[in-house]
Design a protein around this ligand. Structure first.
Ligand SMILES: [Zn+2]
Length: 286
């Protein structure tokens, strides 16, 4: 089942007088949404007990939770210590998925190339991610969950859509996070209509198969970009940078993809998630 929700709760949450994580499930439900992404981008600062309590409420409201792992993950940093830490951040992310219970996607940034040549950098990240996934598999950590490397918006980061799809070949528990705002920013506004979205999803389906792509994660927001890619997230009021969500919804409907669609609009994530969901639901009614 395709699901829509916000990453974080945006400005509406506070404006409407909400304050705590335990109120988020009601808030999401009241907006007519059924997914939520919690960002641990700046570290895992949450008690296990709170995650477990919140998880029960998400479950009660039929809201699936995704987690965004810390931004400091970097499988391409040559330092062994950084590799250990990166694996550790994924490991903790998996623990939090289990605490929440009703949670199944762990989104992460693979790494950044810095001073190493890109080919070498990707080879290093690939080798390490494979070893990490093998270890997780041996420890039986992966049942029922997906680890989701994300397409990125800046040239030095690992994360063109092809790089991400190729990384996902390493293990059947890897699925892409297609951040279409990032893809559009990195390619100077290349996502113009249905054809461009199809091109990306077709590539993924060809390499990974429809079943796996069905479980993919999608981040969507309009993003301001410059010569060096992503500058900042915008919301649906933007008419300059794009990309447009309508053609993506049409492709998702045509393909019957069961993806998780998460809005990362600046400040307006729940509203823009609902705009996408309503547009999609209307397409499906016809
Ligand atoms: Zn991200």
């Amino acid at each position: 089942m395709i699901r829509f929700g916000p990453s974080g709760c945006g400005e509406e949450f506070l404006e409407e007088g909400y304050a705590s994580l335990l109120q988020v499930p009601d808030f999401i439900k009241s907006k007519g949404l059924n997914a939520f992404e919690y960002s641990f981008g700046h570290g895992y600062r949450m008690r296990e007990e709170l995650a477990r309590t919140a998880g029960k409420l998400f479950q009660k409201n039929d809201i699936k939770v995704s987690i965004h792992a810390p931004y400091y993950i970097n499988f391409a940093n040559p330092e062994e210590e950084m590799y250990q830490k990166s694996e550790g951040y994924l490991r903790t992310g998996i623990k939090f998925l289990r605490y929440f219970g009703n949670a199944d996607h762990l989104v992460f940034h693979t790494g950044s190339c810095g001073k190493i040549e890109r080919k070498q950098c990707i080879a290093l990240a690939t080798k390490r991610l494979e070893e990490t996934m093998d270890r997780f598999e041996e420890e039986k950590l992966l049942e029922g969950i997906w680890l989701c490397p994300e397409t990125m918006g800046k040239p030095l980061q690992i994360g063109t859509y092809k790089e991400i799809v190729d990384l996902c070949k390493l293990n059947s528990h890897l699925v892409p996070t297609f951040d279409f705002g990032h893809i559009n920013a990195l390619t100077q506004g290349s996502l113009k209509g249905k054809e461009e979205y199809k091109h990306i999803l077709d590539y993924a389906i060809e390499i990974l198969g429809k079943d796996r792509v069905n479980n993919c994660h999608i981040h969507f927001s309009k993003i301001q970009y410059g010569e060096k890619g992503e500058i900042r997230h915008l919301n649906f009021e933007d008419e300059i940078y794009g990309p447009d969500y309508e053609p993506l919804m049409e492709v998702l409907a045509d393909y019957n993809l069961e993806a998780r669609v998460i809005s990362e609009s600046a400040g307006m994530q729940p509203r823009d998630a609902k705009i996408m969901k309503d547009f999609y639901d209307k397409l499906k009614k016809h």
